[in-house]
Design a protein around this ligand. Structure first.
Ligand code: SF4
Length: 229
């Protein structure tokens, strides 16, 4: 099945949240704030569960149209260490049952990919890595160096990186990180929510984008001057 689809993957078409909630506590988390709003107007599972990890069983029946590209669990982290393996297997069974659909997996705990063994073939396994430097004060997720090692060690046909919100980095080292991980695409963007994070200056980010564009596809989010520029 996968041979029928070109290496250039489509844009993400939709999201699907069979598992919600997250305990990484990133200071820049937009999802937690969004969940607060949804829960106030009675939207489930947020009204009863808030941002606590939750398996939404009825969503496991969802079917998607052919060749769509679905972002899995944008409202949480499906691979957080707190997520029972049985939940992940249920989600993987749905994914495997729809082999003409692509699914985008994103986590801040990519070591879990390695523990799980083989991922469904019709997935793009990605990780958020905001910088080659470690920033332990902005999240309780495994630090960037641990995520980088896991993504380097992951053997999967389609890997991707999300460098958003991008944080200040060492340009040569970060280019090498991306090269070694060898993603099919890299998504890059600055913080969208004015958290005054330790951002790189725009000129440095543009040089980085130019360099990695030589060997991978770059998808752009909001690219702008750092808040202090
Ligand atoms: S990993 Fe994502 S969902 Fe979880 S706290 Fe961080 S930003 Fe929010």
């Amino acid at each position: 099945m996968l041979k029928q689809i070109s290496e250039k993957l489509p844009e993400i078409t939709n999201s699907w949240n069979p598992v919600t909630g997250c305990l990484h506590m990133c200071v820049y988390c937009w999802a937690r704030k969004y969940v607060e709003r949804l829960s106030k107007i009675g939207v489930e599972p947020y009204a009863s569960r808030g941002f606590k990890p939750t398996l939404v069983v009825e969503r496991l029946r969802k079917k998607f149209s052919k060749k769509s590209f679905i972002f899995v669990s944008i409202m949480g982290d499906l691979f957080g260490e707190w997520v029972p393996e049985t939940w992940i297997e249920k989600v993987f069974n749905c994914i495997r049952a729809q082999p003409t659909v692509y699914f985008f997996l994103l986590t801040k705990n990519p070591s879990r990919y390695l523990e799980l063994g083989r991922l469904p073939e019709n997935t793009v396994a990605s990780a958020t890595i905001e910088s080659n430097r470690c920033y332990p004060d902005i999240s309780k997720a495994p630090v960037q160096s641990i995520r980088i090692e896991a993504m380097k060690n992951l053997k999967h046909r389609y890997k991707a990186l999300v460098l958003e919100p991008i944080l200040d980095f060492d340009i040569d080292e970060f280019i090498e990180v991306v090269r070694e991980i060898s993603p099919v695409f890299v998504y890059i963007g600055y913080d969208n929510y004015r958290f005054n994070l330790p951002e790189p200056p725009l000129e440095k980010t543009l040089r980085f984008i130019e360099k990695i564009s030589e060997f991978t596809e770059v998808r752009l989010g909001s690219i702008r001057k750092a808040w202090y520029e």
